[in-house]
Design a protein around this ligand. Structure first.
Ligand code: ZN
Length: 94
């Protein structure tokens, strides 16, 4: 069987940097910029710890590749069967 798995990892990183700036606010702003400019990727890789992890698996329908609970492949087959049953019953009554 095929499953779609949602993986949610929360990490926490705690590290320091020496930054030249005119004020505390400026130093904090520079640190923020460095984070968003990916200047700290090495530090993040070295210092990150996984603090939470969540995994959720959903069975996939191998016919339509949708989540089985949301797809109606089997349902429509059943419906076709019922429709044919009703049809044949109706036919015999006439
Ligand atoms: Zn399906």
């Amino acid at each position: 069987m095929l499953y779609h798995v949602n993986i949610r990892i929360s990490t926490e990183a705690d590290f320091e940097d020496e930054i030249e700036a005119g004020s505390e606010q400026e130093a904090e702003q520079i640190a923020t910029d460095r984070i968003w400019e990916d200047s700290y990727t090495g530090e993040l890789r070295a210092c990150s710890e996984i603090v939470n992890e969540e995994y959720e698996a959903f069975e996939l329908c191998e016919e339509c590749m949708n989540i089985v609970e949301e797809c109606d492949c089997e349902e429509s087959e059943e419906k076709d069967f019922i429709d044919k049953l009703i049809e044949s019953e109706g036919g015999s009554n006439v």
